[in-house]
Structure formats: structure tokens, C-alpha cells
Ligand binder design. Structure first.
Ligand SMILES: NC(=O)c1ccc[n+]([C@@H]2O[C@H](COP(=O)([O-])OP(=O)(O)OC[C@H]3O[C@@H](n4cnc5c(N)ncnc54)[C@H](OP(=O)(O)O)[C@@H]3O)[C@@H](O)[C@H]2O)c1
Length: 313
């Protein structure tokens, strides 16, 4: 086993639910009637590739009325849009697909994008904050403030600005926000994570951002959940080592089904928390883990490890 393969094995370990899934399972299947997205408009940032595209596919399978994907590259987003239209035909849903180029870091483009949606009378019900900037393996002080700041722009400021637009739409229908986070925010001592501190820093900032948004918002108005999607093969993994072949990675349909589940009322008890897509949702929803979620305001949240006890009953 190569060092990189060993790293993948370490990164799969967690201790919250006993059951750790590797494949999609009934409770999170988009075809489950309870997870139906009929009547919903769903917007996925970075929906043209990888995890974002898989999440878009799962929302199509869950019968969303409209699925909107955005990304910077017009050709990539257009091809993904065609694939999703095909998916809607195959799945037999009538989902309308909207594929739009938009750079989330460019606030003028974002303003124009939301203005255009409003002009078309489109109101978004579910926002999946998935787009992110990855980083090269370099210590933070060698990257330089400008480069580190560009990560904050992409991984914290852009999702905040987009969320402001999402929340300021007219009407009072319940909204759902699903943030694609990463285990890199808590596995900071793992050498494979520690080499990319700008990613950890800014994804943590983005995750804490959604946690504090949730803190001030009722889930009945805006339900907010962050999750780690698992280890999903992409160009960044490919560039790391030839020993990292696609077969070693997780099934992307596990995290995409989880994202749909997280956008339903079944997941309300996780409002403001961070979870992994591989954790069993029935085990999370019941028994000891659920008890801890209900009783411990710090469990599965961003904080400082080790000093919360004094504030607990
Ligand atoms: N893959 C994994 O193992 C893994 C593990 C943990 C967490 N994650 C998280 O999963 C999410 C998706 O990652 P991925 O693995 O699917 O990688 P990916 O294919 O590189 O996805 C990133 C997407 O974001 C878009 N994007 C980036 N910057 C953007 C911007 N400024 N404006 C609009 N769109 C932008 C990209 O499209 P354009 O380049 O065309 O804009 C791309 O579609 C990220 O949040 C990442 O942190 C992934």
C-alpha cells in the first residue's frame, strides 16, 4: 500500500455512528417519496463537475421542479446541463435544467445572475454551496497574503454573498441550505491535511459561517446543514499520485443522496451542525447520537476542543 493509499484509509475513519456507509442505502435514495423535491427550485454552485454535478443529478432524480447549476467555465456548465436534461428524461421527471456561467467571486456577476432569476420569476428554495477553491501544498506563510485571501474570497465571502441573495428573495416559504464542507476542517493533525493549511483555514471559515447563520435563524425559515462528502475522485486527487486510482474512492451517489436528504425536514435536528455523508442517517436520528445532538450545543460544531464542559448542564 502506498503512502497515499494509507492516507485514504486514515481519512475514512470516524467514530460518531457505528454504521459507516460506502454505497447509497435506502434512507437517502432520491427516489424515496419522503425526500421528494417536487415543487422546489434547487441551485447548486459548482454544479458542472464532480460532487456538484452528482448532487444536481440526485435532485433531478428526486423530482425537483428546476435544477440550476452555476460554474465559471461556460463549456463545462453547458455540457453538464445537457447531461442533466438527459438524466431527467431517463428518470422520467419533468425537471427543468438551467445551466449558467457565473463566477461567484465576482460580485457584479452574482448580482446580474440573481437579478436575471428575479426577472424570470424564479425563486430558489434550496441552495447547495458546493463550489470551492482548492490549494497547493504550501505553508500558509509561503503562499502569501494575497493568495490566502483569494481562498477566503472563494470559500467564505462568495458563499456568504450568495447566501445573502438567496435569503433576500421575496416570500416566506421555508428554505434549505446545504453546505459541502470537508473533514479537512477537523482532521488538522493528519499530515495529508496539514500540508494544505489555506484549504483548512478557509473551509473552516466557510463552515463556521453557516453555523453562525444557523444560530440566528429558525430551521423553519432556513434549515442549514454542513457535511463532508467523503473521498471523491477528482483532478486534484489525480494530480497527487498515480497510485490514487478511481476504484479507491467513495461512490459519489452516497454524498449526492445525502445532500438531498439534508435538504428535507427529516434532517432538521442537524440544523447548524457538521456531519459526514457516510454516517448512517437513521443512527444519527435516533438513540445515543441523537440524544447527544439534542443535549450538547457544541457536538458536531466548530469550536475549541476541550473547554466546553463548563457551559453544559
Ligand atoms: N473530492 C473530494 O474528495 C472532496 C472531499 C471533501 C470535500 N470536498 C468538497 O466538495 C466540493 C466539490 O469539490 P469536487 O471534489 O467536486 O471538486 P471540483 O470538481 O473541482 O468542484 C469544484 C467546482 O466549483 C466550481 N467553482 C470553483 N470556483 C468557482 C467560482 N469562483 N465560481 C463558480 N464556480 C466555481 C468549479 O467549476 P469552474 O472551475 O468551472 O468554476 C467546479 O465545478 C468542494 O466544496 C470541496 O471542498 C471534496
Amino acid at each position: 500500500m502506498s503512502d497515499f493509499q494509507q492516507l485514504l484509509e486514515q481519512l475514512r475513519q470516524s467514530n460518531v455512528t457505528k454504521t459507516i456507509h460506502k454505497e447509497p442505502y435506502p434512507a437517502i435514495l432520491p427516489s424515496r417519496p419522503e425526500l421528494s423535491q417536487a415543487g422546489k427550485v434547487v441551485l447548486i454552485s459548482g454544479g458542472g463537475t464532480g460532487i456538484g454535478l452528482a448532487i444536481a443529478r440526485s435532485f433531478v432524480r428526486a423530482s425537483a421542479d428546476t435544477v440550476i447549476i452555476v460554474g465559471r467555465r461556460p463549456d463545462v456548465i453547458a455540457t453538464a446541463g445537457s447531461n442533466l436534461e438527459q438524466e431527467a428524461k431517463t428518470a422520467g421527471t419533468n425537471t427543468k435544467i438551467v445551466a449558467r456561467p457565473c463566477d461567484l467571486v465576482n460580485l457584479a456577476e452574482v448580482d446580474a445572475f440573481w437579478k436575471d432569476l428575479a426577472a424570470q420569476g424564479i425563486t430558489v428554495d434550496v441552495f447547495v454551496a458546493n463550489a470551492a477553491k482548492f490549494t497547493e501544498p504550501k505553508p500558509i506563510l509561503e503562499l502569501g497574503a494575497d493568495e490566502v485571501w483569494s481562498h477566503f474570497e472563494a470559500n467564505a465571502k462568495a458563499p456568504l454573498y450568495f447566501t445573502e441573495k438567496f435569503c433576500s428573495q421575496p416570500g416566506d416559504k421555508q428554505k434549505f441550505l446545504v453546505n459541502v464542507s470537508t473533514q479537512a476542517i477537523h482532521d488538522t493533525a493528519n499530515p495529508g491535511v496539514a500540508v494544505r493549511p489555506a484549504y483548512t483555514l478557509t473551509k473552516m471559515a466557510g463552515t463556521l459561517l453557516f453555523q453562525v447563520i444557523a444560530q440566528n435563524t429558525s430551521p423553519k425559515k432556513l434549515q442549514v446543514i454542513s457535511f463532508h462528502p467523503g473521498l471523491i475522485y477528482n483532478d486534484a486527487w489525480k494530480a497527487m499520485s498515480a497510485s490514487l486510482v478511481p476504484e479507491l474512492f467513495d461512490n459519489v451517489d452516497l454524498c449526492s443522496g445525502f445532500a438531498v436528504w439534508a435538504a428535507t425536514k427529516e434532517a432538521e435536528f442537524l440544523h447548524g451542525r457538521f456531519v459526514w455523508a457516510s454516517w448512517d442517517v437513521e443512527e444519527l436520528s435516533t438513540g445515543d447520537v441523537r440524544k447527544r445532538i439534542d443535549e450538547d450545543p457544541y457536538f458536531l460544531k466548530c469550536s475549541i476542543v476541550g473547554i466546553n464542559g463548563g457551559l453544559l448542564a
